[in-house]
Ligand binder design. Structure first.
Ligand code: TRP
Length: 335
């Protein structure tokens, strides 16, 4: 089992980033050989600010390590350091029909009304993503629900390439879709995703928030006057309450139903303090490590550089196999 996944290096990290992806990754590294990377090449498909990108890439690396990704167990790096990703992407571009990319819903959302002004990078984003996983012969790819379509495309791209070249160049990867508990919503509006760009800081719990901030934000989190139900059906039309239950369940590694059974008939005067306790116990050690690491640029660059070297070794095998399968001539040195 080989697990590969990427995350875009956004800044201002919050509980949604942690529960949505990072926490699952930490669990997986105990069970499989893992390659985790910062998708910095994907980040430049939309407007880019160079200084922010480098800072965000290091910040996300600090968050992963602070949350428990161990560079001795997992290979952690940023995409731009491993040149094979873009090399393989080119080879895949040449066998991917435009029609397949035209179906991608994320491009439609991200390009908005001005499709002609979107970059070719944004359009071909899913092909680079396919290269990201195929290059390591991934068997499993943990992703959020929004990336399911891209993963299906990666499988199609892989089988077409294998078929066209008549060789078994790529392993077909399986998507591991994170459960709904991993979809963390705003504390102010249970129908909107928790987001770094929400103007209200009360809507999210940042990885750098103090214990007091966490406590204040959960106390102010929107709820209603009803008691907690004993069954999931009782959460219908109560998106903010469902969100708090999901957060509790995701942190505690339990099913939301288990949490409801525990708190059925109780009010928020009981539930919120318990949630505050749980969030603080989980996040405060992560925050301490995160803040210390974030300012240690040298250490982060060493870790990412070492990870990239390990990744490059693996990546190169697939890149050479692909060149060869296409009849492209290379120096023997690499083969
Ligand atoms: N597109 C993914 C996201 O926005 C990030 C990503 C890039 C990725 N390459 C990947 C995820 C490869 C899984 C595998 O979440």
């Amino acid at each position: 089992m080989r697990v590969v996944s990427g995350i875009q290096p956004t800044g201002n990290l919050h509980l949604g980033n942690y529960l949505g992806a990072i926490k699952n990754w930490v669990k997986m590294q105990e069970e499989a050989e893992c390659f985790f990377f910062l998708a910095d090449l994907h980040a430049i498909t939309v407007t880019n600010d160079p200084a922010t990108l480098s800072a965000n890439t290091r910040e996300m690396a600090a968050a992963l390590i602070a949350s428990g990704i161990d560079p001795d167990k997992s290979t952690i790096f940023n995409q731009a350091r491993v040149s094979g990703h873009t090399e393989l992407a080119w080879m895949l571009f040449c066998s991917t029909p435009l029609g397949w990319l035209d179906r991608m819903t994320q491009f439609k959302e991200k390009s908005g009304k001005h499709k002609q002004r979107a970059s070719m990078g944004l359009y071909s984003y899913p092909v680079l993503q396919a290269a990201d996983v195929l290059i390591y012969q991934a068997t499993h790819v943990p992703v959020g629900d929004d990336q399911k379509q891209h993963l299906e495309l990666a499988r199609e791209i892989a089988s077409k390439f294998n078929h066209d070249t008549g060789q078994d160049v790529f392993t077909l990867p399986e998507a591991f879709i994170n459960g709904p508990a991993a979809r963390v919503m705003s504390l102010r509006d249970g129908t909107a995703k928790m987001s770094k760009s929400d103007p209200s800081d009360l809507s999210r719990i940042n990885l750098s928030d103090s214990n007091d901030d966490i406590s204040k934000k959960i106390k102010k989190a929107r709820t209603d006057a009803e008691l907690l139900p004993s069954e999931m059906e009782g959460l219908e039309n109560r998106p903010e309450v469902r969100n708090l239950i999901n957060i509790y369940a995701a942190i505690a590694d339990e099913e939301p139903q288990t949490i409801l059974s525990q708190y059925a008939g109780q009010g928020f005067g009981t539930f919120k303090p318990a949630l505050i306790d749980l969030v603080i116990t989980t996040l405060s050690p992560i925050r301490e490590r995160f803040i210390a690491l974030k300012s240690d640029e040298k250490m982060l660059d060493t870790i990412l550089g070492n990870g990239a070297r390990k990744a490059q070794n693996e990546a190169q095998k697939t890149v050479e196999f692909s060149y060869k399968a296409l009849g492209l001539l290379r120096n023997k040195l690499y083969c």
